[in-house]
Design a protein around this ligand. Sequence first.
Ligand code: C5P
Length: 240
Amino acid sequence: MKGSLLYEGKAKKVYHVEGKPEQLVLSYKNDATAFNGKKKDQFEGKGRLNNLITSRIFEHLHQQHIPSHFLKSLNDNEQLVQKTTIIPLEVVVRNIAAGSLTRRLAIQEKTVLQPPIIELFYKNDDLDDPLINDDHAKRLANVTEHDLDNIKILALKINEILKRLFKQADLELVDFKLEFGRLHDGNIVLADEISPDTCRLWDAATGEKMDKDVFREDIGDLIATYETILQRLEESICAK
Ligand code: C5P
């Protein structure tokens, strides 16, 4: 049923589905990249972990009535999604100061951000994904004021749902990145992935970093860390 390759990104390959032009297969790769591709490595089993973690999270979001591209997990590395036109924005939600925010604005790491801060970045490798404002987004990403309001409302709803989910897994959701896409009818839905590659997760008890910062900062075993995230998520979802 998987058709020809449509696109290969840094973390996933995207395939057509034979006879179903409105669907795509996402195949998660074992590659890890950071700093816009300047740091690269491969980790056996990473694709499986990010596929399974993303699938669990999108199933949970679906139950909470968040519209997304996700249809179902197909196997260890692949999932079936609805085809969307990706809106070229990275929507970052921050609950606790970390990463680029601390460097850009000299806000102390671990400062609690209440209400959460939403930032928009323009998805453009050549420009290193620059931080942009709403006016830039309207021009560069072809979205209206109303679209941006919808995207931000959805991002904050997702934040509340995920904060609760990760809390049950003894994890603090520090920040994360979302992408949105447009279905053929024009409706905007959550797309891409939500995994330890796209979230900062700190152990609620010890503060230990349990996400891609392990790779960015060379401070631990990426596969063992992602395996722990999957296990804890499954336990907390099953316990409900
Ligand atoms: O680097 P920065 O602090 O801006 O990242 C904020 C959040 O967005 C982090 O959880 C990071 O993993 C995620 N992110 C991402 N893809 C990018 C940039 C950031 O998933 N291209």
